[in-house]
Ligand binder design. Sequence first.
Ligand code: C2O
Ligand code: CU
Ligand code: CU
Length: 481
Amino acid sequence: MAKNKKEIPVYMMIFTVSSLLLMGMLLFQVYEAIAPPRIGGALPIEERGNLLAIPAMLEDLDPDPMKAFYELDVQHGQMEFFPGVITDTMGYNGNFLGPVLRVKKGQEVQIQVNNQLELPTTAHWHGLDVDGPNDGGPHQGIMPGESWTANFSVDQPAATIWYHPHFHHTTGNQVYHGLAGLIYIEDEESEDLNIPKTYGENDIPLVIQDRNFKRDGNFHYKLANIGLEPGEVLLVNGTPDPYVELNRELVRLRVLNGSNFENFDLTLSNGNAFYQIASDGGFLEAPVKMDSLFLTPGERAEILVDLSEVTDEHLALLIGKDVVLDIYLSGDPRAAAEIPEALVTVEDIPVGENPTTRTFVLESEGIDGTINGKEFDMDRIDKVVPKGETELWVIRTTERSRPRPGHPFHVHGTQFQIVSRDGNPPPPEEAGFKDTIFVANGEEVVIKVLFHKEGLFMYHCHMLEHEEQGMMGQFMVEDMD
Ligand code: C2O
Ligand code: CU
Ligand code: CU
């Protein structure tokens, strides 16, 4: 017996034991990667998921307060979303997503974008009132190793806007790999409002994205007949299974639906209501009380959540039954916070006597799509629009677009307002400035658009795979006086 035992070499035993351990770990990781997100309920501290990443606030390199200079390096990177599993990614100034750029109304801004990728890219400022050449659309390609500098003045009210690539046929893939970031526009009103403003503490960005992973740990960017498969994993600011610890106080969440293809409907696990204070293009006139927040790809909303009176230790932000973000509370419960009654005056976009009316019909067949029956053509200008003259745009989707529930329609270079949805005035949370709207199948939405700056711009479905498969058009804004 003793002899037999000696015949099993120690290294074999170590090998066997460690392979078993390794296999276990791998299985666990695979399980982790494919496990559906967990539903709420207070968990002991050691079982918390991952601390929510808060994007860095990028340093403005121009000392002049009326100017800002930012530098963005677009780079390949790697992330360890799951322990021991490496995912190839892309990011701005880092491995995944990008920093927050803060600009002020009235500032002259320069953003230098250095493309360190092995692929062409662009940097588009989604929601910015900017001229065509500085919009960063498909025509402003930045080749590998090259730089491009956008120059613009900030001529719009405070808002949470964002940036992402727009190089035709690679947009969806590059965003999926991590290229996206937020821009905060501030102005005197946003600074004077009595709302939470401490970045990362009670003023928190939430970039929500769904992702699929392959067995080897890399993103599974899989195009299917119907478009893009919904992701099995939700990332918030690039963090899977994220949690935050927040004080029992009024908290402001700046939410971006940064997914390529999926609509999100957010609720709180305790059923509490919250208040939407801003839409894509800035503050609403007054907070709007709601108990769910619907965001289509590209849309943003700022909400106030009052945690003051919550006695539970834990709650969660949910999409259906899936946990998006676990929230652990600290500090003692206290009296409810004061929600401001009014926020700002939203300037109504003026409409002239006989405004030009244009119709846009969105239609998709699986992943392929058209606008007004045409697929996108980089060499075709679909509309010529006069600068400084408000037009009515009628956006329609047809029943043919099933199985998708509808399309997010986005216009570059401006912030517009909704006139009507199927003949009815927009709900209060959609009565402010918008740059992306959801248009349900069979619905008709009328918007009023006014362009202040000249150049070539895009309008498109913001389901990025639809955009790339044809649901995009371009218009030239010209000074016709
Ligand atoms: Cu988010 Cu064409 O843009
Ligand atoms: Cu855009
Ligand atoms: Cu679409």
